[in-house]
Design a protein around this ligand. Structure first.
Ligand code: JHZ
Length: 472
């Protein structure tokens, strides 16, 4: 039997579990937000991942239909003073993995140039690849790392405890497969996920997380407000950097945030990118690289006050920020601004040094891989993250130097890395491959991967990071 099932779940998970209506407003959303009618009942994760292969964006086909564009003003202060400070060349979109029959076709490539706003210090890409191409079908799943799933579950639990009254509304922007929201599914709160990735919204809906498969915009925010009322908590993790029009996002936040509500977001911290040479985290999806000063500039222009900043090690160094309606910033935040001046984050000279270090890392990594090949060592890559695509393409690491990569995400297996074309294999292949050296492309998951791959290490395999450190 075939049924038509909307991606947007129609009732709150609390309603479904208890059979009782929610406090306050209903959490129903109008049918115009239902983007894809499915022809099967709600799928399991495996089914959703198969479905994903069918809806993958074909960049070569869409290239002429949806044009990329270049910005000439800063995303944080709107000023015109953008200076190119680092160029990683022309690269394919980092998550545009290829099917075997696409390998002989030309791939769409776009400039990957980092610009610094010399007025407010915002570091950003000016070249914008259409978000419809990057995010409608997405191959990154929050649940692919146990550690990250725990991190986001804790964030959601702690924030719900602190900011949300019984029956209150929690909205997550960039809710991915619903991992974070599902942590508080059994509570007396109303949940709403928003994520443009249709394939992944299917998964979120399948686990009972009501999800709108759309981009978050001021227009959508107004509709959410009209239907569900104000949000006591808005969460946005690793998503602000992906959005070109940050003014529109801030207006959307202002529209739905309750007077005492909190906007909690996480972004990779620019200070860590610079200090730890994390240039492989620069890719077309990441349009902004946040330091505190430009963040305050942006939020203040929209009547949002930055109150709290916490640091976490995840994704190579992340900040969790809490903003509320208001002006200015807390004293703690002001201390960060002073530290950033000392670190020289917004100084073009810092970027001159960074450019030299990036080029030196490329030379050293290539030299090491050539040496390993010459001495007959078997080398493979571990992880097919977006950052892996950037590293392999920027450094020119072809299949001659690195013949395959391993990734635990079923939806990526059987595909190939954009640009450099390594096939992506399942971890079960490791026993057959018995590599000597494993280049850890997903270096941000080192503890989890090293713990999982003890058998590989026992067989003599050694993990090497892109910054040329052996683990553990
Ligand atoms: P990972 C993501 O970037 C995506 P990416 C996104 N654009 C973002 O903003 C940043 O994070 C912050 C695999 N893996 O997390 C799964 C294993 O194979 O570094 C993933 O494909 N075995 C939203 O794409 C990849 O590695 C494992 O044991 O750079 C990791 O991708 C584990 C733990 C992961 O994300």
């Amino acid at each position: 039997m075939t049924t038509t099932t909307p991606i947007t779940s129609e009732c709150n998970s609390n309603e479904r579990q208890s059979g009782e209506p929610n406090h306050g407003r209903p959490n129903r959303l109008p049918h115009e937000f239902i983007p894809i009618p499915l022809t099967t009942p709600l799928p399991t994760q495996a089914l959703a991942e198969r479905y994903l292969h069918e809806v993958r964006a074909d960049f070569s086909q869409h290239q002429s239909a949806i044009a990329d564009w270049e910005r000439h003003t800063c995303r944080a202060c709107l000023g015109p003073d953008l200076e190119t400070v680092l160029s990683l060349g022309e690269q394919p979109p980092a998550n545009a993995y290829l099917k075997p029959d696409e390998l002989s076709r030309p791939e769409a490539k776009y400039p990957l140039d980092v610009r610094l706003c010399t007025s407010c210090g915002m570091v950003q890409l000016a070249h914008v690849v259409p978000p419809e191409l990057l995010f409608r079908s997405y191959l990154f799943f929050t649940s692919s790392s146990r550690h990250m799933a725990d991190h986001f579950s804790q964030l959601m639990t702690n924030c719900a405890n602190e900011f949300v009254p019984p029956g209150g509304l929690i909205v997550e922007i960039g809710s991915n497969d619903g991992t974070a929201l599902s942590a508080i599914q059994r509570r007396d709160v109303r949940l709403l996920g928003i994520d443009p990735a249709r394939n992944i919204s299917v998964m979120a809906a399948a686990r009972g997380v009501p999800t709108i498969a759309e981009f978050f915009t001021e227009t959508l925010a107004s509709e959410v407000r009209r239907v569900s009322g104000a949000a006591h908590l808005i969460v946005a993790c690793n998503v602000l950097g992906h959005i070109d029009d940050l003014d529109d996002v801030c207006r959307g936040i202002k529209t739905i945030l309750a007077p005492n509500g909190a906007f909690v977001f996480e972004v990779p911290y620019l200070g860590d990118l610079v200090a730890k040479l994390e240039y492989d985290t620069i890719y077309h999806e990441h349009l902004s690289y946040f330091a505190i000063k430009p963040l305050v500039t942006l939020l203040n222009r929209h009547g949002l006050r930055l109150e709290r900043i916490e640091r976490f090690e995840v994704h190579g160094g992340t900040i969790r920020c809490v903003a509320r309606h208001g002006e200015g910033m807390s004293r703690g935040v002001a201390d960060w601004l002073n530290d950033e001046v000392e670190l020289g984050i917004g100084d073009p000279l810092t970027w001159e040094t960074q450019t030299r270090q990036v080029a030196a890392n490329r030379r050293a990594l290539l030299a090491r891989l050539l040496e390993l090949k010459a001495s007959g060592k078997g080398v493979i890559g571990y992880g097919a993250p977006a950052k892996g695509t950037v590293l392999l393409n920027y450094c020119g690491i072809t299949t001659e130097l690195l013949p395959v990569v391993i990734d635990s995400t079923p939806a990526k297996q059987g595909l190939h890395v954009p640009g450099t074309h390594q096939p992506i294999l399942a971890p079960s292949e490791l026993e057959r491959l018995t590599p000597d050296i494993i280049l850890l492309l997903a270096w941000n998951h080192a503890p989890e991967i090293v713990a999982r791959e003890q058998a590989l290490i026992a067989r003599g395999g050694r993990f090497l990071t892109p910054r040329l450190e052996f683990l553990p």
